[in-house]
Write a protein that binds this ligand. Sequence first.
Ligand code: ADP
Ligand code: MG
Length: 672
Amino acid sequence: MIQLDSPIADLKGFGPKSAEKFTKLDLHTVGDLLLYFPFRYEDFKSKSIFELMDGEKAVITGTVVTPANVQYYGFKRNRLSFKIKQGEAVIAINFFNQPYLVDKFEVGAEVAIFGKWDRKKSAVTGMKVLAHVEDDMQPVYHVAQGVSQAQLIKAIKVAFDSGALNLLEESLPQVLMDKYRLMGRQEAVRVMHFPKDLAEYKQALRRIKFEELFYFQMNLQVLKAENKSETNGLAISYDEVKIKAKIATLPFPLTKAQERSLSEILADMKSGAHMNRLLQGDVGSGKTVIASLAMYGAYTAGLQSALMVPTEILAEQHYQSLKGLFPELKVVLLTSGMKMADKKVALSKIESGEAQMIVGTHSLIQDAVIYHKLGLVITDEQHRFGVNQRRIFREKGDNPDVLMMTATPIPRTLAITAFGEMDVSIIDQMPAGRKTIITRWVKHEQLDTVLTWIKSELEKDAQVYFISPLIEESESLDLKNAVALHQELTEFFGDSATVALMHGRMKNDEKDQIMQDFKDKKSQILVSTTVIEVGVNVPNATVMVIMDADRFGLSQLHQLRGRVGRGDKQSYCVLVANPKNDTGKKRMQAMCETTDGFVLAEEDLKMRGSGEIFGTRQSGIPEFQVADIVEDYNILEEARRVASQIVSDPNWRENPDWQVLEAHLRNQDEFD
Ligand code: ADP
Ligand code: MG
């Protein structure tokens, strides 16, 4: 008796040799075969010959009316021919060099043939015989060397004939199948391989996708729930009145999105559960203000807070802004570049508790740093900090709450997938009154005009960034390009401007120095590879020129554009590109059309596919067999909603409705 876990070699007609070949597709058992779904279908809908154009390829059905015979001519060449009747029409069918098909065409048999229609001769050159007359969707599977499409189809058919499908257990709770009107698992699996028609197939696909995304979400939600209950976080009892009073002193009202994010963060802080939240928002959307207010909240509860950023220059920037916002507090800066004596002073202030807010670089997680009462940790640009570093930070305090900020607009779709174990707050709204950056796309031929225009901008005291072309996977070519561009611009502008150069081969303090000089207006033009620090704020820089802009992804272009438009002056972004393909053109157009990072990120995702945005492996985005997180976003959302609802009941495992899930979750160790 064939079981789901029987080896493929146990199937009739298959031995260890062919089974070995199937392992290349990671197919080992009969169950594997059943669950190995086609990646597409050929539409073999049969057509009447009256609908066909001369030379068209289509499926033609009819009844065989003359015996099939094979005519040989020459070496190995032959023709199998016979006639079929479709309605009143008689059609000649010819197959070349496939004499073995002869048995399939007995007089009276109903046949379906895929072939090419020759109207003049009223004949069809047959290419393929379809298994069932009613078949109109033929599955196509991914194959590997040594395993042909036909072999795979045969194996799957034999697997189905073995009756093993009846052993496949239902994996979704009846309650959910009823609620979403989902097909049963066995039926869905059968339909995936042998769909009767498109409507049936769509139902099966919906069921399979839901199952896939639902279990993905269940695993995440269970993990999240375990995190929350196991690690007892701090319940930070901040003073709401004081926070409100502080907000009232700001020179601007918070945007709705800021208010919402702040209250989400504060709710996490207040709860005894550990906060693990991502604060997302485009450059300039006002994340820092919100993070600062959260730090202030920790202060009102008598706790220290720390803000960790990737570079010294950013640390200095945030230090100044925190001091400005909270003149009554003791804010302490700690970076690796500080003098030893200053560092010692800072360390002792941190340890004694005199320091109420701390800002710094990686130094903040070194052994020498001892916190007094660390309640809240905020990291800026979470992509820069590995999971390990974040963990160290947590262990430094009494498991402080953690908030991560990122200016990389991660599409909602991806955020809930990739950061499923984190909570996400999104500031998706810009403060009122911002001047929109004017973006123009020009061709290389127009560069002279651009440079002349820049000259006039420089006369108005503007500062300009030039991003040199990106050569993927070649840092040395990147560098060459940057050096060449620097050279050209230096020649062009002569005495009228100082042109600085920054690239990835430079040491961090070297880069910091160049940025600082640019900030201090010691240089007017900064040529750079893409290393320009995220988050660096030079409000006087109002022009961003990106060379060969079509080589960059949309998200990256958007990040680069975000370096300007930070002051109250009108800013510009010039994209210099002669795109060679449609994608490049579309990117340029999208950049000119919108400055909304989330819209662009969604576009980017659509154009490039999720894998390429962050690189699938590091992003932790799983690859689904049938589901697509962009296309099936609605299902993903719904799956997440249901999963989190289920898990929100601490006794969900005892609920008979969810019994099926338990059994299935235990089998899903690939998500660990
Ligand atoms: P982000 O950290 O998201 O890049 P910031 O918090 O640095 O943004 O804010 C960018 C600028 O906008 C700062 O000068 C800040 O004072 C200002 N800002 C923040 N929130 C608002 C608001 N609601 N209305 C007006 N200006 C704001
Ligand atoms: Mg808490």
